[in-house]
Design a protein around this ligand. Structure first.
Ligand code: 5AD
Ligand code: SF4
Length: 429
């Protein structure tokens, strides 16, 4: 009987996507085969614990899979494994393994050894030597540059489940990027919970220096990075982004709230004024930058006027896009000891208001690009539009244009003719 067919299911952020691709690469190197779930000997569910509903969704899927495939070994990795993996193994004999994000590099050995003890050393891995699988034909790749976070924003479970901030050695990051370029990748996204506080453990180099080194790699055409913490957005980093030719003009700068009172309760380390000051500095250097953000509605103590502060800040910055969430208390965090006093209905009302506003501003941003010449990195054929290809402009907007798949991997100049909220149509010149 075969015992080397695996299937990975991923929930959550881009870091989880990267981790799953790294796990996949480890198994493939050992001669395992990636197959659909109904043919797999081992099913791995990579989970997200950042909000309760994300956690519930991943756990529901895990338990359904374990029930549907009693002959396979079904196990959990990722942030929920770290949070409650031990309890899950005790409660559900059907779950075959639980491995936290700090030990994924040991997964092949744990699975091969039928090891059912929980593996939860959060700080064990700095990412050195991990290589994420590149899907064939992909022109874009993610590269983890650090693991963990020690900002302890009061609502956030990440520092508890992903451990302390550990920079991955710059030499290793550069090696992985070069390997990706050999596999036809031309755009990379540097990933970390907080990329702008990156420090190379070997040389002490900071994020600005990393950007410079990566920008100089032969064959790399574009660099993106997520996610940033406003308190660490130094002038050095802003300068590097504005000067380096391959670094794209888009910055994800999560604000979370526009109220200084709430920001303090969130332990974010900046006020509304400080945040707007950073935005002003960024725009002085890069007037056309696309700024995007994350917002939480209904954090404990959020009064109507605090929410209005978020609305006015949103208008003032005019974000090109945003991810908005309603506050979800997470066990063990400082905010989970505060009174969750905003009624669910109001959290949702405020969330809906932010989503509506984000769509209006997204459309405004997209429309501002009509008639402009944008550089598009073509990723492939558009599934919904025959005879068309798609790609992103440097701001991160999706653009659809007439063309064939031989354009894949090329950067083309496109005049934008028409704009929807989240994508644009144009013609190559
Ligand atoms: N409740 C709601 N949203 C949260 N986020 C993180 N923790 C929580 C929580 N407990 C959001 C933040 C963060 C994004 C990744 O998820 O906006 O930037
Ligand atoms: Fe969570 Fe704050 Fe760290 Fe982001 S910076 S991962 S929100 S603790």
């Amino acid at each position: 009987m075969q015992n080397n067919r695996f299937h990975i299911i991923t929930y959550g952020c881009q870091m989880n996507e990267y981790d799953s691709a790294a796990v996949s690469e480890m198994f493939l190197r050992k001669g395992w085969v990636s197959v659909p779930e109904n043919e797999a000997d081992v099913i791995i569910v990579n989970t997200c614990a950042v909000r309760q509903n994300a956690e519930n969704r991943a756990l529901g899927r895990l338990l359904t899979l374990a029930g549907t495939y009693p002959e396979s070994r079904v196990g959990i990795i990722g942030c929920v494994a770290q949070e409650i993996g031990k309890k899950l193994l005790e409660k559900y004999p059907k779950i075959a393994f639980a491995v936290g994000p700090g030990e994924i590099h040991r997964l092949p050995e744990i699975i091969a050894g039928f090891d059912r003890s929980a593996h939860l050393d959060v700080d064990c891995l700095d990412g050195k030597g991990l290589r994420a699988e590149i899907k064939s034909g992909s022109v874009k790749a993610f590269i983890a540059i650090s693991r963990g976070c020690e900002n302890f924003c009061s609502y956030c479970i990440v520092p508890y489940v992903r451990g302390k901030l550990r920079g991955r050695p710059m030499s290793d990051i550069i090696e992985e990027i070069k390997r990706d370029i050999d596999l036809y990748v031309v755009e990379i996204t540097l990933l970390g919970q907080n990329v702008n506080s990156y420090i190379d453990p070997e040389t002490g180099a900071d994020f600005a220096e990393l950007l410079e080194k990566v920008d100089a790699i032969d064959g790399l055409r574009r660099i993106r990075f997520v996610t940033n913490h406003p308190k660490d957005m130094s002038e050095r980093v802003i300068e590097a982004i504005s000067c380096l030719p391959h670094v794209c003009e888009s910055i994800h700068l999560p604000v979370q709230s526009g109220s200084s009172k709430i920001l303090k309760l969130m332990n974010r380390g900046y006020s509304r004024e400080k945040y707007l000051d950073i935005v002003r500095k960024i725009r002085e250097k890069m007037p056309d930058i696309a700024l995007t953000t994350d917002i939480i509605t209904g954090f404990p103590g959020e009064a109507d006027e605090d929410f209005q502060d978020t609305v006015t800040l949103y208008r003032e910055v005019g974000y090109a896009g945003a991810f908005a969430f309603r506050y979800s208390p997470r066990p063990g965090t400082a905010a989970s000891n505060m009174i969750d006093d905003v009624p669910e209905k109001l959290k949702i009302e405020r969330l809906t208001a932010i989503i509506d506003m984000s769509q209006k501003f997204a459309e405004k941003f997209s429309k501002s690009l009509i008639g402009k010449n944008r550089k598009i990195l073509v990723e492939g054929e558009s599934a919904k539009n025959p005879g068309m290809v798609f790609g992103l402009d440097r701001a991160g907007r999706k653009v659809i244009l007439p063309g064939k798949k031989d354009l894949r991997g090329q950067i083309v100049n496109v005049i934008i003719d028409r704009a929807e909220k989240w994508f644009l149509f144009g013609t190559k010149i």
